[in-house]
Design a protein around this ligand. Structure first.
Ligand SMILES: Cc1ncc(COP(=O)(O)O)c(C=O)c1O
Length: 390
């Protein structure tokens, strides 16, 4: 990996230490250029004409995403963010009173809210797989739930927002596949960070966002839809004239591809920007990106754990590049001021984003650092010295 070149593609990086790719990362310069150029061309040609002119570039979104996730381009839909992708997938499932959704205790807060909403409106029953004391999904409890219930859906977040845990979505996928259960993976924090191969995960749906580890523009996301779903009549509940065609007074026919999970309008400028970001990741190689990310997270976790008074809260047999911690005796306000003064970029995770996890850990907030491959090992050392000095 050519780190020098990768850093050159961040011409405005300056002296900051950017550790917020799990929030909204820094795009390579070519991504911003691509968006700007597209917008300029819209000024010249108008949006509809330009869409025709740029048809190949627009098609490249599906091809590049399919390469990244190891599937066919017909299985990919563009979305406005990860939540847009996720709720379209959820809305495609015809839930009835008493239907069971199995999820994890570490699933993303918005997903949990959506399940509760389905519970309140449609009488869906939500069951959560317990976590082991090391943070991993309790597979024995999962099997027990499956012996008691016949779930309509299993929905698991690959990497939760609130800790460094990487959940074993492939092991869950294998079981869902054997039992023919629909399987939805929230891969918002993993796509772009580590290898995500939908063939190995055996999922029916997988949602992700553009602005995080993929380094795309804000307001972009994507959805993978399996062949099994495409061959069925499943489609978003409230489908539009892009995903379907109005064929008779009370009938419509759906697009055969995952495009039936899209709506007609979108920002094509942002879409080609996301395409450029995915192409950038594919050109480097997601396996190399993952390797580099492991090196960075190991160094940073080790450094933080070595500072007196710092407690790292991440649990799990496999960890990712979301590193969460607190420093004893220092208020959140003082810690934030100190990091801001030293141009360190980070997020704060609060209780409502990881209700079960944070209650178990006995914390109301943690600082979250999320390095990505463009960061350097020197930065992992420097940020530790900055923290040691507070
Ligand atoms: C695990 C996880 N899922 C889903 C989302 C939602 O992503 P978006 O804001 O793009 O809809 C996030 C955002 O932080 C997330 O961390």
């Amino acid at each position: 990996m050519n780190i020098e070149k990768i850093r050159q593609d961040l011409p405005y990086y300056g002296n900051k230490i950017f550790l917020n790719s799990a929030g909204s990362s820094l795009s390579p310069h070519t991504v911003t250029k691509r968006v700007q150029a597209y917008l300029h061309q819209e000024e010249l040609f108008g949006g509809y004409k330009l869409e025709d002119i740029q048809a190949k570039q627009i098609a490249a979104f599906y091809e590049q995403t399919a390469t990244l996730l190891n599937c066919n381009s017909k299985n990919i839909a563009f979305a406005h963010d990860a939540t847009d992708a996720y709720i379209k997938a959820l809305s495609a499932i015809p839930f009835k009173n008493g239907d069971v959704i199995i999820t994890s205790s570490n699933d993303y807060a918005s997903n949990q809210i959506q399940f509760i909403s389905l519970q309140q409106r449609h009488g869906v029953v939500v069951k959560r797989i317990a976590s082991l004391s090391n943070g991993d999904i309790d597979m024995v409890h999962f099997q027990k739930l499956l012996s008691e219930e016949t779930p309509v859906l299993v929905a698991i977040t690959h990497i939760p927002t609130n800790s460094g845990l990487v959940q074993d979505v492939a092991a869950i996928g294998e079981i869902c596949h054997q039992q023919g259960i629909l399987y939805l993976v929230d891969a918002c924090q993993s796509v772009g960070q580590i290898v995500v191969d939908v063939q190995k995960l055996k999922c029916d749906f997988l949602s992700a966002t553009g602005r995080k580890f993929l380094r795309g523009p804000r307001g972009t996301g994507l959805l993978y839809v399996s062949d099994r779903v495409l061959q069925s009549t499943m489609a978003p509940l409230l489908i539009d004239g892009w995903g379907a065609k109005w064929t008779a007074l009370y009938e419509f026919s759906m697009k055969p591809s995952a495009k039936r999970f899209e709506t007609w309008e979108r920002s094509y400028a942002l879409m080609v920007g996301l395409t450029e970001a995915i192409r950038y990741a594919n050109d480097i190689g997601i396996d190399l990106i993952e390797e580099r990310n492991i090196e960075l997270q190991n160094r940073l976790r080790h450094n933080l754990s070595s500072i007196a008074g710092v407690k790292v809260y991440d649990k799990g047999s496999r960890l990712g590049n979301l590193i969460t911690f607190k420093k004893e005796g220092i208020s959140l306000e003082n810690l934030k001021t100190h990091l801001d003064d030293h141009e360190v970029y980070y997020s704060v995770s609060t209780l409502e984003w990881g209700l079960i996890d944070f209650k178990e850990k006995g914390v109301e907030w943690v600082i979250r650092f999320s390095p990505h491959y463009f960061n350097t090992l020197e930065e992992m050392d420097k940020v530790a010295s900055i923290l040691a000095a507070v």
